[in-house]
Design a protein around this ligand. Structure first.
Ligand SMILES: Nc1ncnc2c1ncn2[C@@H]1O[C@H](COP(=O)(O)OP(=O)(O)OP(=O)(O)O)[C@@H](O)[C@H]1O
Ligand SMILES: [Mg+2]
Length: 320
């Protein structure tokens, strides 16, 4: 399947998020005096759509470009090329006040619930901050809204006075979720939201995210490297490898029969009690994590020099 093809959402709600041929390239420090400048193609032509109220899981190994894709969608990473649309908004080109206003419609939940909270800020103030920042509602309405959000995510309103260290890991992620929901976003990007949590707590947080989606009609871009987690949560799956989407499919189809060899490898690594040893023996070993910043990977690092090869000879010659 071509990496620039668009995830099919035919026959369902119109797409809330449409990303087309997104590229995020980071310049690399020059490796040597005569070496041409290089770029890390962290995201290299990603296209996807997410229908309103559904979840697209983006899976792939470390370094495959999942977080960079998410940050670019949030306009928190530089967009080298491509378009990002959120509903009727051309998010990729917004700047200044228009971008600031658009930000209330998309929020992100990060992996580490502790480092994403300021240790000296009370939980209530953390959840209230986006409302203050965006000037949403009157001060009294904000106070009411924060109490409501605490209840919505399974915390008690009186816990607003506590500091992050006075909560458990799962509770801290609930605070982050409440903060993400404060501005009533349409799209919530979840970047490995349960990876740092105890296994016993993970299901609670995943159930909470599922309930909030049902109640509020949220749309999720859900990043994970854990196939067991996405199997329970997503409607569709996109598999990333070295900055590109190499397969995408509805959940049932993907788990019944992954098509790309890399997806087969990922899928066979899902831990299961059902398959037991026989299934484990059939697992395909995944290779080294993707390393897009190594030239050896070949796929993702390309040098570029004005004037191409001739320019390079010219420069070398001039320097000699
Ligand atoms: N600001 C940056 N400058 C240079 N390179 C970067 C930058 N951010 C990311 N990269 C590179 O882009 C590639 C993709 O990184 P990214 O964090 O998106 O991967 P990931 O799929 O989220 O990995 P993980 O599963 O470990 O979180 C990596 O090689 C990374 O080193
Ligand atoms: Mg990441």
């Amino acid at each position: 399947m071509s990496a620039s093809a668009t995830l099919g959402t035919a026959g369902r709600a119109p797409a809330l998020l449409s990303v087309s041929d997104l590229k995020v390239h980071f310049p690399r420090p020059k490796q040597g005096w005569f070496k041409p400048p290089e770029v890390v193609r962290a995201v290299d032509g990603v296209s996807l759509e997410i229908a309103r109220g559904t979840t697209l899981a983006v899976v792939g190994e470390s370094g495959s470009g999942k977080t960079t894709t998410a940050l670019a969608v949030m306009r928190l990473a530089p967009v080298t090329a491509g378009s990002i649309r959120l509903g009727e908004l051309d998010l990729g080109t917004l700047e200044g006040e228009a971008l600031r206003q658009a930000r209330r419609r998309l929020q992100i939940i990060f992996q580490d619930p502790f480092s994403s909270l300021n240790p000296r800020q009370r939980a209530g103030d953390a959840v209230r901050a986006p409302l203050d920042l965006m000037g949403i509602g009157t001060p009294a309405q904000r106070t009411e809204r924060v109490a409501e959000l605490f209840t919505q995510v399974g915390l008690r309103p009186e816990q607003q006075r506590l500091f992050p260290h006075q909560f458990s890991g799962g509770q801290r992620q609930r605070i982050n979720i409440a903060r993400a929901l404060a501005t009533q976003p349409d799209l919530v990007v979840c970047d490995e939201p349960v990876s740092a949590l105890d296994v016993a707590i993970r299901a609670q947080i995943l159930n909470l995210l599922a309930r909030l989606q049902r109640e509020l009609g949220l749309t999720y871009l859900f990043i994970s490297h854990d196939m067991a987690v996405v199997e329970h949560l997503c409607d569709e799956i996109a598999v990333m490898y070295l900055g590109q989407i190499v397969e995408r499919a509805p959940r049932e189809a993907f788990f019944a029969r992954p098509l790309h060899p890399y997806s087969v490898a990922l899928n066979s690594a899902v831990p299961t009690v059902r398959g037991g040893r026989a299934r484990a023996a059939k697992r395909i070993r995944l290779g080294r994590p993707a390393e897009p910043d190594l030239s050896a990977a070949g796929l993702s690092v390309r040098g570029s020099l004005p004037g191409g090869r001739a320019g390079l000879r010219h420069r070398v010659a001039a320097a000699a």
